[in-house]
Design a protein around this ligand. Sequence first.
Ligand code: TXA
Ligand code: MG
Length: 338
Amino acid sequence: METKRLSPNDIETAAHIIAGGGLLGIPTETVYGLGANGLDPGAVKGIFAAKGRPQDNPLILHIPEESWLERYCQDIPQTAYTLARRFWPGPLTMILKRRDLVPDETTAGLDTVGMRCPDCALTRAVIAAAGVPVAAPSGNASGRPSPTTAAAMLEDMEGKIQAILDDGPCRVGVESTIIDLTVTPPRLLRPGGVTLEELEEVLGRVEVDDAVRRLMTPGEQPKAPGMKYRHYAPKAPVTVVKGDPDETAGYIVARMGERSGVLCFDEFQGYFRGHPVETIGPAADQAQHARRIFEALRAFDRLEVTDIWAQSPTDEGLGLAVTNRLNKAAGFHIIALP
Ligand code: TXA
Ligand code: MG
């Protein structure tokens, strides 16, 4: 199949692909997604096949506005509306009790479903025109870093999807925050563009799922099935070094091998001359770290590196989402300097 490139004037063509059961690359503010009609089991199976995604990993549904929530969810708590009014459209996915019309193929048999209203007017217009909720995981092949440009998505999906709608690079760069509202207190399953601190302002106490900060041991089940997989990983092994940036840079310089790659803050690039280096922005610029992290990880696969050393951002605010992705890419191989 030839994958068509669509531009922002092609809303109708894009909606047609979704309504017809096809696969469409969709832009969002977080990462590009691999979209299909979330009510059509056949279309949803196509998503799993194109990504090579394990069948037990549920998909989230994208809707153009809050009023669609009741179509697919029931027993919706008041907090869902409060969060929607504060953060939608935006990078927040809420886990809610599903209605029966949402097929098992979409939710991997769970009685809950993740709901998200993306902050991308183009994609919301496509969903509204298609008239169905769009199931969309990140548009990478399973296990690879998520794509933040149409070109990155095509590296993995060329020839496997009908078309991709190109709306330029993603503004946030890491996937949405996932909050489970079916439990008390609400539980953060994946950190993302809406920070834990922002959620706590609205919800009070929020439990942070263990899978956010550490590796699951064999047999342990994180609440978001996708969090158990080694993920976002470049081919070469990654070691994350945590601590004051001056110290971590010095630590890495002293230990790196001849063909080691380094992921570092802009200010420290000069330490690693002669090595393949990917920068993720100034140490203090968390928004830039989020926008850069996946492209930086992907870039190492195009370079000949034996291993990768990474300076770790701190984990307050948006940093929790960035360190979660980086730590997962490293299989939680982390060195914490005193
Ligand atoms: O920003 C995003 O959320 C992007 C864009 C495309 O919208 N989508 C995305 O989808 O990241 P995906 O499939 O790559 O990640 C969704 C995560 C997975 O870890 C999955 O296991 C979890 O959400 N998930 C989905 N439905 C769930 C449910 N009912 N209960 C718990 N976790 C769920
Ligand atoms: Mg994903």
